[in-house]
Design a protein around this ligand. Sequence first.
Ligand code: CA
Ligand code: CA
Ligand code: CA
Ligand code: CA
Length: 395
Amino acid sequence: MCKRTILSLATVLVSGGLAGSVLAQPIADDPAWLLRRVVDVNNAWSVHVSWFDDAIYVGRRSSSDDGVYRIELDNSLTKIVSSSRPAGVFADPLDGDLYFAEDYGGSVFRWANPDGPKETWVSGWHSGDDDPTGLAVAPTTYTGPMIMPGEALMVDRGSSSSDGVWAFSLDTPEDEWEVVPNDSALVDGVDIAISDTDVFIADSAASVIWILQADGTLLELVTSEPLSNPCGITIDPLSGDLIVADAGDNRVVRIDPLTGQVTTLFSGFLDLPWVAVEISSDGVDIVVSDSTTDKVYVFTLCESDYYPYEDCNDNGFRDMCDIANGTSEDVDFNGVPDECECVGDLDGDNDCDQGDLGQLLAAYNQHDGGDIDHDGDTDQSDLGILLYKYGSVCD
Ligand SMILES: [Ca+2]
Ligand SMILES: [Ca+2]
Ligand SMILES: [Ca+2]
Ligand SMILES: [Ca+2]
């Protein structure tokens, strides 16, 4: 099946789950990706995917229930900690402690994983008003300028006062030092990302991605096309590319940091806030928040180039996408496309026939000897699957 067909199926699938919604859905312009999950989050603001345990966090802002929330697998929200208008959020990849910025109050806080409490981690950066916004931690493999692996950076957007970039320790509170001073080229830095070799800053008002230099100055990343209000930035761990939320054009783009080549990944958002985009440690999930649709979107990498062992039917797409978009059936709900297994073959002779039916009926309401749908019992649902597959012979 061609990529275009897969994409349109995916669009139908996601739209179908949102019947009655009057708000437009974003789309994956890049056919390697699929919009897999849509989560309702009132006043969704900054997002983060923990590299400690893969949990998705979202800051809710300008609501009566501001705070940092975890999005559970069933799309429900668990409030982790109250926070007044949270900006950037990240989890320490080594222990899962949460750090989050409050730009109005001017401090960065820590919530020790898993039970807290909320404690002021760094306050009083500049003299006067501070506006900490985006946060990032240097990976253990970091060899770039200004900080050491495991140390963090904060970009202060300044608003009407001093701006800049500050480093801080994740081990010791109130241990911060200035990295980019107020008189730099920064206009309105709102998010920051750290690769193995470089630090990148999304400057929304300047419409520029800056690269931090070893002397604390900033070099513009020249891009193949203009950006319009870059408000979120993260780094694809698979390719090393920058993933940037470009709020002016309501899209998320991929940027090659070596060539500046820009390609659109996703588009059709309504309002991308600060720190609107993050990526999982395995590079297969990109999470995007939209503060007008009140949604968090999870896009999943479907092309199997980086994960060929997740493509049992060898069609070039990860099997979870084949199942999600309807390319493959998974009537036994085991996450494996049914063409890759022999569904209903209880007696192991590579078909689904009378022998299997007999085994199922012998186990019916007794034990799990006929449990085809993997829910621990042998019942009507298993019988239905067997009858659906009855007569099939596997390769
Ligand atoms: Ca596949
Ligand atoms: Ca299956
Ligand atoms: Ca059989
Ligand atoms: Ca069952």
